[in-house]
Design a protein around this ligand. Sequence first.
Ligand code: CO8
Length: 256
Amino acid sequence: MAIIFEKKEKVAYITINRPEALNALDLQTVKELSQALMEFRDDDGLWAGIITGAGDKAFSAGADLKTLVPFMGEIKDKPWQVPPTILRGLELWKPLIAAINGLTLGGGLELALACDLRIASENALLGTPEVGLGVLPGWGGTQRLPRVISRCKAAEILLLGMPIDAQEAYRIGLVNKVVPAAQVMEVAEQWASQLCRVGPLAARAIKEAMSRGVEFTLEHGLKLEWELEMGLFGTEDMQEGIKSFAEKRRPKFQGK
Ligand code: CO8
């Protein structure tokens, strides 16, 4: 299996499982990633997800340069589409954490950018080497990177094609936290647990408001935010949240 998909309580674990190829994404991996993400999206019992790479060297070294990239060149004029993933084509509002355990290059960084929270190991290297291969980071890199960090630093990473280390990634706001390699999954699980304690419908609405709203004018964005807020009002979770506050206890959300 190129992707290991596991469920533990309310958390989905998606592990790219090609350590011998530094977890490069070949066609089979992308297909299985697509299936796993859709299962995560559609399973009401799953509230948060963690994406990571197998082994201790890489999160992912990007698109498979031996198979997928040449294949894309061959079929570029044919009516074939890459299976939908969070990289492109799949809308998914449940929160996702990238547990970045090492090399995170090209499509690997683009996958981490399509997650909401990024925890990096101290030994991680992150970058988009595509420009040195004569292609562009075509899995959202040119679009998401300048939306996550400053355009100034995004241009440096995208145009020079040189990787940066984890501390620099933290300094420029590309990752949320840097921890020793052995603690990456531990911290990711702590954050996933917290995501399973907060209101799940609210968390999804926040992600949707942020993801879609970033494209809107402020006026349009505020309208979207209000529509999503009104969708939360009256839910059982909202009633439980208010009741638990009055009763001075932790809320027990159901995602309803
Ligand atoms: N694709 C295929 N195999 C890879 C990849 C890759 N991206 N990266 C590493 N591997 C393989 C190597 O070929 C090697 O296999 P083998 O032992 O059979 O030769 C194995 O993984 C280990 O790699 P190295 O021996 O090279 O390990 P090093 O530690 O010496 O070097 C590096 C690590 C620097 C990361 C090096 O492997 C490297 O430069 N890899 C390529 C990284 C890269 O350029 N990534 C960008 C790919 S392009 C991309 O992601 C575009 C996305 C958008 C396109 C959308 C199309 C659908």
